[in-house]
Design a binder for this molecule. Sequence first.
Ligand code: E4P
Length: 218
Amino acid sequence: MKFFIDTANISEIKEIEAWGILDGVTTNPSLIAKEKDVVFEDVVKEIASIVDGPISAEVTVEGAEDMIAEGKMLAAIHENIVVKVPMNEEGLKAIRALEGEGISTNCTLIFSENQALLALAAGASFISPFVGRLDDIGHEGMALVRNIVSIIDFYGYEAEVIAASIRNPLHVKEAAQAGAHIATVPYKVFHQMLKHPLTDKGIEQFNKDFEGTKRANG
Ligand code: E4P
């Protein structure tokens, strides 16, 4: 499973990129808005200069024609930009048009298998089921990820599933078990994944035990 980071914060992206495990970035209008005093296009450009992989930038307009125009503008920022398009009628039209022009799209706000089927039929390169938001309303978000992966495998679609709205390390583990191609993970959850008290204790013990041991180079 590939890892994307789900943030528009440059220092978070730089830190996790330095771990050597990052394959891409997803942003959305709420994440961009959290970064104060920034210009949307500048943030997207800077992210693309840091991470060499798909960078999802979401359209902020309604109506297929406007989505297509904004999508083209975003795609022109960098070759790795993926245009994130919401799941609705206008979004489907925009996905079809943008993909037809060779621009990759990520269909976002997917909450059902039928929505995923429509996004796949429109030709989306990435499908983003929102796990946490489904869990929040008492539905099993990960079951949706599992089902979309099965549909993609069954029909041989080339699209990749991005397990989105990830809230905790258990979501990441279960996304991998469900066969998600990608998990887009918040900064905090990357740190939660890294830590285990027995690892910290083990490192401390090894270092303590090794103290005073002679080395070849003195
Ligand atoms: C990613 O593509 C989504 O925009 C993001 O994961 C949504 O997460 P949230 O439900 O925590 O806002």
